[in-house]
Design a protein around this ligand. Structure first.
Ligand code: GUN
Length: 293
């Protein structure tokens, strides 16, 4: 069993980005600029956004965090997005999800200028991804692909089972894994909350992407020997012994599944770190698109 070390792989990608940013700055360009909008005080969202902003600093990017109370109106948020859409000094814009119930997430995503949609959630970005056209690929599935690439894992002709069909992970991951590309070229099955014979399907999988958000859902008797496991779960579980008051659990029962797998991502230290590296890759791409216009 080999651990798919997101810390190692993401550090490599970040080093490559930093070197490219240094060159761009030396050539007289301004720094790439990412704007993150955070609404409310969701603990996990706070952590993710803080990590995105911190990484921007490490790579020589400019970043701006715009915060709103959970009571912000949909119109106020949409107006801010429209303002940033036309600001030539901003390359990437993301609105951290989830949003409070009174705000329509689809409307928010559809308002973002696709040229700055570094999350890759806009219908135009998703459509282009499905058609294998150049675009921004959502950060988590993109991070998974980058991780498989770093470890030279051959995915061609393999059966990839994706558990979960969210717009953020499961759906785009399934599209990516079946594309005519490496990593890709998989036969993909998408399982979800209505799937009836889930264990039967997961036992046939060469690669499993678990993205359902249920801690330790995938057990040893649900996988075959030699499977590649990508665990996207990152659920906070109360833990009085931890300084933070919580522990992070993946969707895979790691201790029992790891011995049966050929490769497996740890949680934390796997997909989460790759997600940030992928977002930074998208932001640099948005910047380069804007200077080459
Ligand atoms: N919430 C969970 N994952 C993500 C992500 O990748 N981007 C945004 N904007 N919100 C998220």
């Amino acid at each position: 069993m080999t651990l798919l070390d997101g810390k190692w792989a993401s550090a490599q990608i970040k080093e490559e980005i930093k070197a490219e940013v240094d060159q761009l700055l030396a050539a007289g360009h301004r720094a790439p600029h990412l704007v993150c909008i955070l609404v409310g005080n969701n603990g996990a969202s706070e952590t993710y956004v803080a990590s995105k902003i911190k990484t921007c600093g490490q790579l020589g990017f400019k970043s701006t965090l715009i915060r709103y109370e959970a009571t912000v109106t949909e119109n106020e948020l949409l107006d801010k997005i429209k303002e940033i859409n036309t600001d030539d000094g901003v390359d990437g814009l993301l609105v951290q999800l989830p949003l409070p119930k009174h705000i329509d997430e689809n409307k928010v995503i559809e308002t973002i200028n696709p040229a700055k949609d570094v999350d890759g959630f806009h219908p135009i970005s998703i459509g282009k991804m499905a058609l294998n056209l150049p675009t921004f690929v959502p950060a988590t599935p993109y991070g998974i692909v980058l991780l498989l690439e770093k470890y030279n894992i051959n995915t061609s002709g393999k059966h990839c089972v994706v558990i979960g069909r969210s717009n953020i992970v499961g759906m785009p991951a399934a599209l990516l894994m079946q594309r005519n590309a490496q990593p890709g070229n998989c036969t993909v099955t998408v399982c979800h909350s209505r799937t009836q014979n889930l264990s039967e399907i997961t036992r046939q999988a060469d690669i499993i992407i678990a993205a359902l958000g249920k801690p330790e859902f995938l057990k040893a008797d649900m996988v075959k020997e030699g499977v590649v496991i990508i665990d996207v779960g990152l659920t906070r579980i109360d833990d009085a012994n931890s300084p933070k008051g919580y522990a992070l659990k993946g969707d895979v029962a790691f201790d029992e599944v790891a011995p049966k797998s050929s490769y497996i991502t740890p949680v934390p230290g796997g997909v989460g770190l790759m997600t940030i590296a992928a977002l930074m890759t998208n932001t640099l791409k948005a910047f380069k698109n804007s200077i080459n216009k």
